[in-house]
Design a protein around this ligand. Structure first.
Ligand SMILES: [Zn+2]
Length: 91
């Protein structure tokens, strides 16, 4: 885009001409672009929440699984120990 006052190339993202200071109207296309970026950011936030939930579930599963396994393993170990004791005759 070119400044209507001085004819210089306008910088994107600035609401005024950097050469002469003339304010210029933001074109509709750029507004649309901004809205699209906002929508994109919203979608990105939604995805982040989903990723966060999945991560929390995974972490919980990772913590719970060894605990359950340890509990079951301890029971099995205790049973094995008892049967070993009965075989050896209580040493
Ligand atoms: Zn200008």
């Amino acid at each position: 885009m070119i400044c209507a006052k001085c004819g210089k190339e306008l910088e994107r993202g600035y609401p005024v001409c950097l050469n002469c200071g003339q304010r210029w109207e933001v074109q509709e296309g750029e507004e649309e672009e901004k809205r699209e970026i906002k929508q994109y950011n919203k979608n990105k936030n939604k995805i982040n929440i989903v990723v966060l939930v999945i991560a929390v579930v995974l972490v919980l599963a990772l913590f719970m699984f060894p605990m359950v396994m340890t509990f079951m393993g301890l029971r099995q170990m205790a049973e094995t120990y008892e049967s070993l004791q009965s075989i050896s005759g209580g040493m």
